[in-house]
Each structure stands twice: as C-alpha cells, then as structure tokens.
Design a protein around this ligand. Structure first.
Ligand SMILES: NC(=O)C1=CN([C@@H]2O[C@H](COP(=O)(O)OP(=O)(O)OC[C@H]3O[C@@H](n4cnc5c(N)ncnc54)[C@H](OP(=O)(O)O)[C@@H]3O)[C@@H](O)[C@H]2O)C=CC1
Ligand SMILES: O=C1CO[C@H](CO)[C@@H](O)[C@@H]1O
Length: 336
C-alpha cells in the first residue's frame, strides 16, 4: 500500500497527539511540520521524528511531497490555514470547530470542491468504535424511538484571558471549543434542529464560558446540552428511547463501552480500542483520499456547515461576534 504523506500545521497540544498517532499508523508517513517559528518546528520534529521542518505554514503548504495537511491551529485561523493548504493542492483534515462561522465553512467546502481535494472536520469522536456501535443499535431500534438526548461537555479551564479558550481574537468560548461535540453528536443522530433555545454566561473577555443549549426537533424530540469552560460536568450521555435508554459513560465522547438499560436490566457493551482514538479519523481520511473521495460520508461537509449554522444562531442569541470572523460581502477574513 502506498503511504499517504502527512504534514502537520502548528505545534500545539493536539498537533502533538496526532503526530504521536501518525508516526506508528499503518499506511501513513509523517513527513513534515510547519510552525510560525522554526525553533518550534525543529523541537516538534525532533520529538516526533518528522524529517521536514518549516518555520512557516506557507513553506509546509508548498512542499510538493506532502499529500494531506492536518490543520491544528486555533478556530480563528482554520479558514485562512485551510484555504492556504487547498490553494497548494493539499487535502485537508481541519480541527474542530471548523471555522468561526458557517460562511467561512461554506467557502472552505467550495474551495475543496473546486480544487478536487478532500476536506473534513476532525470530529474524531464520530469514528470511535462506541459511536459505530451506537449507530448500529439505534438503527435496529433497540430502545425504540429515541425521544430525548441529554449530553454535556464541561471542564474547568485554568487559563488566562489571552489563551485561545477565552480570547475572542482566537474565537474562544465554550461553544466552539467543547459545545461543538454535543452538537455534532446530536446532529449525527437527528440532523439539524428546528428550534433553538439557550442560556449563556459571557465572561469578562466577552466569550461564552458556559451555556445550556436546547434543541427541538419534529415530533417532539428534544435535546438538552451543556457546554462549559469553568464547571466540570459529569460527561455521561443519555439517549432515552420509548423502550429503554442507552448510557454512554463519562467521558461519553471517547468512551470504551455503552450501557443498554432495558426491561429493568443494564447490559454493558464493550467497545475497546487502543491508542489516543484519533487514529480512526486519520484512517478515514486516508481511505477517502485513496478512493478519490472529496468528503467523508461519516462527517460530510454539508453537516459540518449545518452545525456551524446552529452555532451561528446560538451566538446571535447571545450577541457574540468574533473580531476576525468573515461577513457576507467580504473576500477574506480580517478585511473588516
Ligand atoms: N480533537 C481534540 O480532542 C482536540 C481538538 N482541539 C482543537 O485543536 C485546535 C488547537 O487546539 P490546541 O492544540 O489545544 O491549541 P494550542 O494553543 O495548544 O496550539 C495551537 C497552535 O496553533 C498555532 N497558532 C497559529 N496561530 C496562532 C495564534 N494566533 N495564536 C496561538 N496559536 C497559534 C500555534 O502553533 P505554532 O506556534 O507552531 O505555529 C499553536 O501552538 C483547536 O481548534 C481546538 O479546538 C484541541 C484540543 C483537543
Ligand atoms: O477538543 C477538545 C477536547 O477537550 C479539551 C479539554 O480537555 C478541549 O479544550 C479541546 O478543545
């Protein structure tokens, strides 16, 4: 099997996790890393045995031997960095949240299609074994019709106001950082909601530090979600059906088992995996590239855009705009 040659854009925390995964993943070659500083690229390259190290993202994107680039910069920069890679004819796996807003996400998708390149949001949790099993169980109607979803993602971020989690310049806030997981999870099962309600707490930097999100669907189905950057929550997820419920134990987004509650009994279904768990999205990326597919059926671009639209709508409810976000009529982000 011919190896897919990867480049990694940025040397942050999550970039290191995928680098660690890629260096021992069958069919992958971790060829290059790009950073805003050559020192950081050198140190990262040393740590993860990456032969080519660049002191700019432009040089990484221009490397003719790189097939696909993992964009792992802050949310605020996904649009510009993804377009940079696509312009240089690279396939892209871009971290969540995919962009500031749906407009940027649509432009990214259009560019990928125009260039005939693969593009996917790195919603890694979708590809984990317990999610595959869950989709199968629900398709078999094991708990009847799912009527209520309850899921949260909250932790206490002990960081200063400049950090990407709280900094509006870097599109901080709980919604784009962690709220996107429960939203994507609900979207995976039910698609786009018809009605949205919410409560949000905007902290001193102006970004949402905590929110409760309510999603309403046809036929009275509903989801209650929590996202938080200052309150650790019990990250178990519950799907309540007409004939029982499924519990995904804490932390639901990377759990290794499901618990099926039915007829007064609880049955544990093991869904084991080794490693960080991000290998499954990398495998999907490589499979799609090899098959000449421009997007993944598990995490399609139309769905990523729909999720961004929902997040846009919640931010509109809260009056939260990011300084650098693209607005209609603008060609590039930051042009004002
Ligand atoms: N899948 C998952 O489980 C996780 C996903 N993420 C997502 O990954 C992305 C990055 O998060 P994380 O790794 O935690 O972030 P970090 O702050 O650890 O790293 C971000 C990196 O982006 C680069 N960068 C480019 N421009 C800027 C800028 N203006 N300010 C700061 N950094 C910049 C830097 O790399 P350099 O200096 O080399 O250029 C920096 O190291 C986010 O989209 C986040 O939501 C985050 C954590 C977990
Ligand atoms: O995606 C993510 C998963 O969880 C982290 C917390 O540990 C987040 O900050 C991050 O962005």
């Amino acid at each position: 099997m011919e190896k897919i040659r990867w480049g990694i854009l940025s040397t942050g925390r999550i970039a290191g996790r995928l680098a660690d995964t890629l260096r021992s993943l069958e069919g992958a070659e971790l060829l290059a890393v790009g950073s805003r500083s050559l020192e950081a690229a050198e140190a990262f390259g040393e740590e993860y045995a990456i032969p080519r190290r660049y002191g700019s993202y432009e040089e990484l994107a221009a490397d003719p031997d790189v097939d696909v680039i993992y964009v792992a910069s802050p949310h605020s920069h996904h649009y510009a960095h993804t377009l940079l890679c696509l312009e240089h004819s690279k396939h892209v796996l871009c971290e969540k949240s995919f962009a500031h807003n749906a407009l940027e996400a649509r432009r990214m998708a259009e560019k990928a299609r125009e260039k005939g390149l693969f593009l996917m949001e790195a919603m890694w949790t979708r590809f984990l074994p317990h999610m595959v099993r869950l989709r199968e169980l629900l398709a078999q109607k094991v708990i009847g019709e799912v009527r209520v979803i309850q899921v949260s993602m909250g932790f206490r971020a002990q960081v200063g106001p400049e950090h990407r989690l709280l900094n509006p310049e870097l599109a901080g806030g709980a919604l784009l950082d962690v709220g996107v997981y429960p939203l994507s999870f609900t979207s995976m099962l039910w698609g786009k909601p018809e009605r949205l309600d919410s409560q949000a707490y905007l902290g001193p930097t102006g970004v949402d530090e905590q929110a409760v999100l309510l999603l309403g669907y046809r036929d009275g189905r509903m989801a209650a979600l929590v996202s938080s950057l200052h309150t650790p929550t019990n990250m178990a997820a519950y799907l309540y059906g007409t004939e029982g419920y499924v519990e995904i134990p804490n932390p639901w987004y990377r759990a290794k088992r499901l618990v099926l509650h039915k007829d007064g009994q609880a049955k544990t279904l093991e869904c084991p995996y080794e490693g960080h768990g991000d290998q499954f999205q990398a495998i999907e990326t490589m499979n799609c590239i090899r098959a000449g597919k421009l997007e993944s059926e598990v995490m399609p671009l139309a769905e990523t855009i729909a999720i961004m639209e929902v997040m846009d709508a919640f931010r509109a409810q809260w009056g939260l705009r990011y300084p650098g976000e693209l607005v209609e009529g603008q060609r590039t982000a930051g042009e004002g």
